[in-house]
Structure formats: structure tokens, C-alpha cells
Design a protein around this ligand. Structure first.
Ligand code: FPP
Length: 260
């Protein structure tokens, strides 16, 4: 076999392998309910190709679409992605302006597909500080998908975990002062209910791409018992293969939550 047919056979054979893999993962009892991803490496991906950083983010948007589709297909219930941190405002003005438009670009292109696939969209972060057009696009997506009950795509946008924790503490202090809450009622469960994830819960699996091994102010409270999986692959290159590998590794982990 050579030339065209060899290539044809190879590409079709690998598609079959992936389908088998997807089926075996889907049939496993251990699907992480909540997967969180720190989508890192867009800038380096662009630099390697002598492209502007924005080109990396644009490619990253496509990877997010593919990953959302696959997560939904294998039965993940929630996918939380770190799309813009409260620290990202420090980036050059042009890049920030593009990232503020990223939800619009993503939703303009993919919202009909997300609706069709029964995906529900949520935004987690300080939305008040966002430009009007960004907020409007996200609010529309949330409204248009509010009755969907497939995968919840939770976009962490203008999100910072320390700010989230401080906000929760302020609200608890306020509720204690005004008599809505008794001091003795403060517990881990109550604290969690004051966080932005009160309706979502903690991630089971955290993926970070691009070889960086840190949390970068992402879901510090919620990741206490999460399984971590890191890859050197840059986010725009992150494919079905890596996502399924992360899920398979998760399926082999033994979660003990501090017990035996
Ligand atoms: C980190 O890579 C990536 C970001 C700060 C932005 C992530 C955004 C997207 C993938 C676009 C999708 C967003 C939405 C809202 C749909 P980096 O720029 O820090 O890469 P580097 O470390 O290589 O410079």
C-alpha cells in the first residue's frame, strides 16, 4: 500500500480507534462530572509561527469548541474554562480588547451549534466590569440556552479566585451582622454556597496545557480534592487525543479524599 491509499487507510483507521476509545470511555462508570481547564499557551503557539498573539487566541477559540463538543459527547456534566483572569487586564491594550471580544466571536459562530447540542452556557466572574457588548453577548447566550440540560459550559471570565473568596467573606460578614446568619452556622458547606460555584460544585479533574504547573488564581477553594493532569501541548494544539488521555488517566486514579 502506498501514497494516497496508505494515507486514506491511516486516517480512517485512526478515526475508528478514536470512536472505539470514545465508546469505551462513555461506557465506563467513571466519567468526571466536572472538568476544569486552564487553557494556556495561545501566545507561544502564535510566536512559534511568527503570528500575532491574537492569532493564538483565535485558534484557542476553535479548540474550545472542539473540546466542548467532545466533553458533551462523553457525558461530562460541567466544563469550566479559564478564559480571562482578573490579572489578564495587565496585558497590552490590543490583546485585552481582543479577549473582550472572544466571547462574542465564540458565541456568534457557535451559539446555534451549542443550542442544537443542548449545551447550557454560564459565565463565572465579575461581569459588571466587562464592556457592554461582551456582557450582552454572554447574557444572550445564557438566556438562549437556559432550558438546555446537556453539558454546562461555564466560562470563567474576569474571574479570580482570591477575589471570589474575599467577596464570599464579605457577604458572610454582612449576613452575620444583619442577623441573617448565626456564627455557629458557618461551615465548609455554607462557605461553598457563597461562592460563584454554589450551583455547580467542585471540579473532579483539572487540566492545564502548555507545560505550566501552577493554578494562577483559579478555583483555589474548589480544587481542594480535584485530580490534576498537565500536558506540554499548547492549547491551540490540544486535541481529542489529549482530552481522552486525561479522562483515561482520571479513570485510573484512586480518589480517597484524605481517607484510606
Ligand atoms: C492563556 O494563554 C490564554 C488566555 C489568557 C486566554 C484564553 C482564551 C481563549 C482560549 C479564547 C476563548 C475564550 C472565550 C471566552 C470563548 P496565553 O496567552 O497566556 O499563552 P502564553 O502563556 O503562551 O503567552
Amino acid at each position: 500500500m502506498k501514497g494516497f491509499w496508505k494515507r486514506w487507510f491511516k486516517s480512517n483507521a485512526s478515526a475508528d480507534i478514536d470512536d472505539t476509545k470514545i465508546d469505551s470511555i462513555k461506557n465506563s462508570a467513571i466519567i468526571p462530572e466536572h472538568v476544569a481547564i486552564i487553557m494556556d499557551g495561545n501566545g507561544r503557539w502564535a510566536k512559534q509561527r511568527s503570528l500575532p498573539r491574537i492569532a493564538g487566541h483565535r485558534e484557542g477559540i476553535k479548540t474550545l469548541r472542539k473540546t466542548t463538543k467532545l466533553a458533551n459527547e462523553i457525558g461530562v456534566k460541567t466544563l469550566t474554562v479559564y478564559a480571562f483572569s482578573t490579572e489578564n487586564w495587565k496585558r497590552p491594550e490590543k490583546e485585552v480588547a481582543f479577549l473582550m471580544k472572544a466571547p462574542i466571536e465564540f458565541l456568534d459562530t457557535f451559539l446555534p451549534e451549542l443550542i442544537e447540542e443542548n449545551v447550557k452556557v454560564n459565565i463565572m466572574g465579575d461581569t459588571e466590569a466587562l464592556p457592554h457588548h461582551t456582557r450582552k453577548a454572554v447574557e444572550k447566550a445564557m438566556k438562549d440556552t437556559e432550558h438546555n440540560d446537556g453539558l454546562l459550559l461555564n466560562l470563567a471570565f474576569n474571574y479570580g479566585s482570591r477575589a471570589e473568596i474575599i467577596q464570599a467573606v464579605e457577604k458572610i460578614a454582612h449576613d452575620a451582622r444583619t442577623g441573617k446568619l448565626k456564627h455557629e452556622e458557618i461551615s465548609e458547606e455554607l462557605f461553598s454556597s457563597y461562592l460563584m460555584t454554589s450551583q455547580i460544585g467542585d471540579p473532579d479533574l483539572l487540566i492545564r496545557t502548555s507545560g505550566e504547573i501552577r493554578l494562577s488564581n483559579f478555583m483555589l477553594w474548589q480544587l481542594a480534592y480535584t485530580e490534576f493532569w498537565f500536558t506540554d501541548v499548547l492549547w491551540p494544539d490540544f486535541s481529542e487525543k489529549e482530552f481522552l488521555e486525561a479522562i483515561e488517566v482520571y479513570q485510573k486514579r484512586s480518589r480517597r479524599y484524605g481517607g484510606l
